[in-house]
Ligand binder design. Structure first.
Ligand code: DGJ
Length: 699
């Protein structure tokens, strides 16, 4: 809801309020929802909506452009404020959608006639506010844009900053530090949102926590600057690293959309972010729809497979109760390792036993859906595509390109290349009649160059090309379930989730490691988008062994899949997997769409998902470390109804007890006899894991 009273504008969500003063371009308040008091009485603290050099505000700025006369200064004065009933789309870029009102503010630099527009959307059913900006060149000469952040939020007080950082196989590890004085930067310069620093960040103090994210999959930058004047400024947007955009007369540059949210604590913030992603980012057929249990052959076979092998795994998958079989990398060109064939999206007839269409039909005849892996933005030098069109590759003239995973990237900023990708990938999906597509991306950008594209525009032009392609392909196949992937979860961001309804969280499938990766991911993203697979033991990334029960329990935090050669398992293990899948399907709605909370105790970590009516819940508690003689591990549950009694049972055990929701949440409940320490020894120090099933007892 947006209410305007003269220059004072109030945006309300169910639980938060944002107050803006339009003429002075100021934030007066952002936080917990206000009552009906006079917003015009809120004292000004000099918290600005935007900032540019050329004023006496020397904090990091949100906007920098160079006029034709070489000047950098801008004096943007208020021009008008409007409330729009429809949320405007951002040309060429994905953005959130849904019912709500949008505030449009316009500021004009009289000398140059450049206009800055700011947009704030308050959705009817979300506590997240979407923010974006655009710059219109109304001058008579071209200008050069050097920085346009999507969002500036000035706060007062002392804060800590939480980021989610890592690398391949260790994505989104949570790190918290004092913002301190000076500038803190969380960013990506590698051409994609990156494994290294996710664009989701939090800015926290004792009164609550602000969450920020960017609906963009390219270079991003979040800065938090605590100034000596008591203000803390948060900026979120495209990274201005190497950014230099020519803005001709009459043209507009639109920033990607940023989002912000306030909540009293991190649990509440996650719930608000989860609801927002599920309702306003994920779209199409798979929104709110239960996701299939899949079996993927990657860790089961890697590149070494033939039709017989694939069909035997698919048959075992069907027998276990899986619903979707996914054929991963290696089915095309002459790809038997990672040195060749990217770009040659035609069937390897030998490995697929006659082609993709016939293999897909055979899998479907077993009663499974069929899914296919592609990596559309890449090119191998050893490929027919490269031999025919070496200029399709992203590389600098006269220089040897950097190879990562033995491959180069396609120059997606070029429309011819974009059209090639659309054509060939649509053909793969159409000829296999795929029900699911895994869209992979296995390297970062290095030799950023495309003929005729200035380097300062390259990164963003790549993203515009990429979004054009992915938009066309996903629109053409509205019923297909798309799962994003980038060497695991390297491009798991809000931009991706506008096209891919789910994302492969990490290439690290080790249960112990996954707990931290999934927990870190869950701060900003819901379990509904997190692909989570049970893999073989010893684990291929860590060499560690964990029980099948622990691997399953951990994978239940996300969208369950199995990624191993099921035919190599014992009868007993296959029976256990069948029972796991059957349990998961019965409880899938709760697991995938319930309210998700992280659980943390001494040496214990896990999660609980609670149904919206709080009558049912499933909790997984993992004991990460145990030494003989240690006291019984304890945990506190979350999200339950404190006034209700719950029947608590443990999956796979006889243990049942009736316990009050208040006790489960407020007391450190020892988990008596629930961990099988003897069994754990057989797993050479693996984690111990138990799944609790809670049902509200009718009184
Ligand atoms: C990286 C992905 O994350 C894996 O799941 C797998 O698809 C490989 N690429 C295939 O090359």
């Amino acid at each position: 809801m947006i209410k305007k009273k003269g220059q004072y504008i109030r945006l309300d969500t169910a639980a938060t309020t944002l107050v803006i003063r339009a003429d002075t371009a100021e934030y007066l308040y952002y936080g917990q929802r206000l009552g009906g008091g006079d917003i015009a009485a809120i004292p000004s603290a000099g918290k600005k909506l935007f900032s540019c050099p050329g004023t006496n505000d020397y904090t990091e700025y949100s906007l920098l452009f160079e006029s034709a006369d070489g000047g950098f200064a801008a004096d943007l004065q208020f021009s008008k404020a409007r409330v729009l009933a429809e949320k405007p789309e951002i040309p060429g870029l994905p953005s959130s959608y849904g019912d709500g009102k949008t505030l449009e503010l316009k500021y004009v630099d009289a000398a140059s006639r450049l206009s800055l527009f700011l947009y704030y959307t308050a959705f009817d059913n979300s506590d997240v506010i979407a923010v974006s900006s655009k710059l219109v060149n109304g001058t008579r000469k071209p200008v050069r844009l050097r920085r346009l952040m999507s969002l500036q939020l000035d706060l007062t007080g002392d804060y800590s900053v939480v980021t989610f950082d890592g690398g391949w196989a260790r994505e989104r590890q949570r790190h918290e530090r004092d913002a301190g004085y000076g500038i803190f930067v969380n960013d990506s310069k590698s051409g994609y949102s990156s494994h290294a620093h996710n664009p989701f960040i939090e800015v926290k103090n004792e009164y609550g926590v602000y969450g920020f994210n960017l609906v963009y999959s390219g270079n991003h930058k979040e800065t938090v600057e605590r100034g000596t004047d008591g203000r803390t400024r948060v900026l979120v947007g495209i990274n201005d690293y190497m950014f230099d955009w020519a803005l001709p007369v009459g043209e507009t540059f639109s920033s990607p959309e940023a989002v912000m949210c306030w909540a009293p604590d991190e649990d509440a913030l996650s719930l608000r972010m989860h609801a927002f992603v599920g309702e306003h980012i994920v779209r199409g057929k798979w929104k709110r729809r239960e996701r299939p249990v899949l079996v993927n052959n990657w860790e089961g076979t890697y590149f070494d497979f033939n039709e017989e092998k694939i069909l035997s795994i698919a048959a075992a998958a069907k027998e276990a109760g899986a619903e979707l079989f996914v054929l991963d990398d290696g089915w095309f060109g002459h790809r038997n390792d990672d040195t060749s064939s990217l770009g040659d999206w035609y069937d390897n007839v030998e490995k697929t036993g006659g082609g993709l269409a016939s293999l897909a039909d055979k899998v479907r005849a077993m009663g499974l859906s069929f899914g296919i892996w592609v990596e559309p933005e890449m090119i191998s030098e050893d490929s027919d595509l490269y031999r025919a069109h070496p200029n399709y590759a992203m590389k600098l003239p006269g220089r040897k390109p950097v190879r990562l995973r033995n491959q180069l990237m396609l120059n997606m900023a070029d429309e011819r290349v974009q059209n090639f990708v659309v054509r060939t990938i649509c053909d793969v999906i159409a000829r296999s009649n795929a029900d699911y597509v895994k869209w992979d991306f296995n390297r970062s950008m290095t030799d950023c160059y495309g003929k005729g594209i200035p380097s300062g525009e390259y990164f963003h032009r790549y993203m515009l090309g990429y979004y054009r392609v992915v938009c066309k392909i996903t629109k053409r196949f509205p019923f297909v379930l798309f799962e994003g992937c980038a060497g695991g979860g390297g491009r798991l961001d809000l931009g991706s989730l506008c096209f891919f309804s789910q994302y492969w969280t990490s290439d690290n499938t080790d249960a112990r490691e996954r707990i931290a990766i999934q927990s870190g991911t869950s701060y900003g993203y819901p379990q509904t988008v997190m692909g989570a697979h049970v893999s073989a033991c010893p684990n291929h990334q860590t060499g560690a062994s964990n029980s099948l029960e622990a691997r399953f329990n951990v994978a239940c935090e996300g969208l369950l899949g199995y990624e191993l050669d099921l035919t190599k398992l014992s009868e007993e293990e296959r029976a256990e997997i069948a029972s796991q899948i059957s349990f998961y399907k019965e409880n899938r709605k709760l697991l995938q769409f319930g309210d998700h909370y992280r659980l943390q105790g001494k040496n214990t970590a896990g999660f609980i998902t609670v149904s919206k009516d709080r009558n049912a819940a499933i909790a997984v508690v993992n004991l990460l470390e145990w030494h003989p003689g240690d006291p019984a591990p304890c945990i506190r549950l979350k999200g339950l109804n404190p006034a209700a009694n719950y029947e608590v049972s443990v999956r796979g055990s006889e243990w049942v007890r009736c316990i009050g929701g208040d006790v489960l949440m407020q007391a450190d409940i020892p988990l008596p006899g629930l961990f099988d320490f003897e069994a754990a020894k057989r797993w050479s120090g693996g984690i111990m894991s138990r799944m609790y099933i809670l049902r509200r007892q009718r009184s």
